[in-house]
Design a protein around this ligand. Sequence first.
Ligand SMILES: *[C@@H]1O[C@H](CO)[C@@H](O)[C@H](O)[C@H]1NC(C)=O
Ligand SMILES: *[C@@H]1O[C@H](CO)[C@@H](O)[C@H](O)[C@H]1NC(C)=O
Ligand SMILES: *[C@@H]1O[C@H](CO)[C@@H](O)[C@H](O)[C@H]1NC(C)=O
Length: 153
Amino acid sequence: YNAYRFFFTYLLPHSAPASLRPLLDKIVNATGELHWGIDETAAQLERVLNLYKSGEYLQNTTRIPKTEYRRVPEAFIPDENYRCWPSYHHKGCLLSVFDVNEAIEICDSYSQCKAFVLTNQTTWTGRQLVFFKMASNPIVPDPDKITYVKVTG
Ligand SMILES: *[C@@H]1O[C@H](CO)[C@@H](O)[C@H](O)[C@H]1NC(C)=O
Ligand SMILES: *[C@@H]1O[C@H](CO)[C@@H](O)[C@H](O)[C@H]1NC(C)=O
Ligand SMILES: *[C@@H]1O[C@H](CO)[C@@H](O)[C@H](O)[C@H]1NC(C)=O
């Protein structure tokens, strides 16, 4: 119950991918109502974690990119940050993605986003960290990064 009260209710439902939200809401509710013990709670959390790590949570979403992107290997955009929530970086928009298609979806869904940069860093769940950017100038060489720039028709 204390895990519900101090952690789950604040951390679990927010900023989770839409397809995982019902599962997380169920965990919050069932622990808040004392319907589950620790074993069942752990098993349900593992289940969500596996859907998240494997990318299965993306399966039921339609994945048709709206915009075309130009791929610039070994390149980085040092400036042009904007803030987003939840971000791993306090000055810029640094989010984790399962793959490049998820990064495209995120950039497509936000009109301010004009480019993004895949880094070679990952989170503990193996998701790649990506900087989202307001513009693509300047682009500087960086062997560890790949830049994608929105192609405006
Ligand atoms: C759990 O869900 C029920 C039914 O929607 C609701 O009445 C109850 O307040 C919820 N409990 C918690 C702790 O979220
Ligand atoms: C995807 O949809 C199928 C069929 O509706 C469902 O059984 C499955 O749980 C869904 N997967 C996710 C990750 O939401
Ligand atoms: C990213 O690349 C740099 C330079 O090649 C390397 O030092 C660093 O260990 C790499 N980081 C990861 C997480 O692979």
